[in-house]
Design a protein around this ligand. Structure first.
Ligand code: HEC
Ligand code: HEC
Length: 413
């Protein structure tokens, strides 16, 4: 379950990634300001920087309350003409609602990680029922107002953006925007806070696992990270092999919103506080009946990539089934595993250097009652995170049969 963290950033009172310039939101903020006229707001931090808000007498407080009331009334009035237009009138003519829904619900865009599964809002603002016109929608995607990365035409075409706008116009507006998908831990190290506040964690998880592995496989530098963030759509295909025609799901970040100093902090956190990971990969596939193959590789570059040592490979034994046969060196049998909450079959491999590959097979007595039980995890003793507990693991699940679209993982962890 997600924690109900307020979207306003707890960590950085100065850099606010979540509040947005949307008029509705301003109206809501104005309303809450009206409800608590006596509160001395953020005059001390100077975050709102409104010189008219001076501390002091009751008179000033009353004036401020009256001022807020007027402001709110003005905002309401200005909103009326917009509200009078049924939001779906343009949508039906200009966008393909079904195509928009299909695109949003699919796996090609990662917008959901920030805007919520149904556009209910999360790290980014709610989109459902907000009545954004295609032009407003497109502007936000190509020239984002704030911390959101920009998406190119190859990532989301004008027509597709129009379809998304049409789809969101058919949805009910939410009473309250949703919580961040990956909340900020209160005591996170500074570099991790920067990483969180810029929205990276919403796709890459709290500990940046996937990039730390690729970086560990290539001994990647600060410049690599900078280029992957600012010019992602140009640099990513040069940095790593990308399937031809694959839509890149991360956008290009704006140097004015995430300055180089912050990218340095993210790099230092990933490199010095945590450390890079070995670039391990696992492919778990069906070989027919109740038999499965697991191929584990170290995809790091020879001479550059990190070697994993003390590697432990756990394959879950589906509830009700037993193991009827295995192949592959280092098999240690079946035991109950706390982390997997069930029985696992375990192999131990002393070392996996770049380009090493190990093949394993396993057969079960019966088909799993729950196909989600076809999964496992790889852990390694070294290299371990330089600070904090060792949570590093590579989780894997059965790859869907051909046509299933390959890695069906919605996140980029
Ligand atoms: C890293 C998180 C993140 C991702 C990923 C993201 N957004 Fe956003 N989005 C935001 C934030 C934050 C805002 C508020 C303005 C800003 O920061 O640019 C926003 C604003 C918007 C708005 C304007 C909303 C308004 O109230 O005016 C639209 C439309 C939008 N995003 C669409 C998209 C689409 C489509 C995608 C995927 C192609 C996407 N976003 C991906 C975080 C994100
Ligand atoms: C919308 C989700 C999303 C957000 C937000 C996001 N990324 Fe990514 N990132 C991805 C995906 C997906 C990839 C793989 C390439 C692609 O599809 O664009 C990627 C690739 C990368 C890579 C290349 C690593 C590799 O394994 O090849 C780095 C480094 C990276 N991201 C860093 C960041 C940083 C730093 C931030 C925040 C400033 C960030 N990302 C924000 C989704 C995201």
């Amino acid at each position: 379950m997600r924690k109900t963290a307020a979207p306003e950033c707890k960590v950085f009172p100065i850099r606010l990634p979540a509040p947005f310039p949307a008029p509705h939101r301003r109206a809501r903020m104005a309303e809450s300001g009206k409800k608590k006229p006596g509160e001395s707001r953020s005059d001390k931090t100077g975050a709102t920087g409104n010189p008219q808000r001076s501390e002091g007498s009751a008179g000033a407080t009353i004036n401020r309350g009256a001022h807020m009331k007027k402001l709110f009334a003005a905002l309401l009035l200005s909103a009326i003409p917009a509200l009078a237009i049924p939001t779906s009138s343009w949508a039906q003519g200009t966008g393909d609602v079904a195509a928009g829904k299909k695109l949003w619900d699919g796996n090609e865009l990662f917008c959901k990680n920030c805007h919520g599964r149904d556009g209910e809002g999360a790290f980014g603002p709610d989109l459902a029922g907000r009545g954004l016109s295609p032009a407003e929608f497109l502007k936000a995607v190509r020239k984002p107002w704030g911390v959101m990365p920009a998406f190119t035409d190859a990532q989301l075409s004008d027509a597709e953006a129009t379809n998304l706008a049409a789809y969101f116009a058919t949805l009910q507006k939410v009473a309250e925007p949703g919580a961040w998908r990956v909340p900020v831990a209160d005591n996170a190290p500074h570099g991790q806070q920067v990483y969180m506040s810029q929205g990276c964690a919403q796709c890459h998880g709290a500990t940046f696992d996937m990039p730390r592995a690729t970086f560990g496989g290539k001994a990647a530098t600060y410049n690599d990270l900078r280029d992957l963030v600012y010019t992602h759509t140009d640099f990513m295909p040069k940095f790593e092999e990308v399937r031809p025609g694959q839509r890149l799901r991360m956008g290009n970040f704006n140097p004015l919103r995430i300055p180089e100093s912050e990218i340095h902090e993210i790099y230092n956190w990933a490199h010095d506080d945590l450390g890079f990971r070995p670039q391990l990969a696992a492919q778990y596939t069906s070989t027919g009946g109740t038999s499965y193959a697991l191929n584990v590789t170290n995809n790091g570059e020879t001479g550059k990539g990190l070697t994993a040592s003390g590697v432990v490979i756990d394959v879950m034994v589906p509830a009700g089934a037993t193991v009827t046969g295995t192949t592959g060196a280092g098999y240690k049998g079946v035991h109950m595993d706390e982390k997997m909450k069930g029985n696992v079959a375990e192999w131990q491999v002393p070392k996996l250097a770049p380009k090493d590959a190990q093949a394993f097979t396993i057969s079960f007595s019966q088909a799993p009652a729950n196909p989600a039980d076809l999964k496992g995890a790889i852990r390694w003793a070294k290299p371990a995170p330089k600070t904090g507990p060792n949570m590093d693991a590579l989780n894997f699940a059965l790859r869907p049969a051909a046509g299933g679209g390959g890695a069906a993982n919605r996140t980029a962890q």
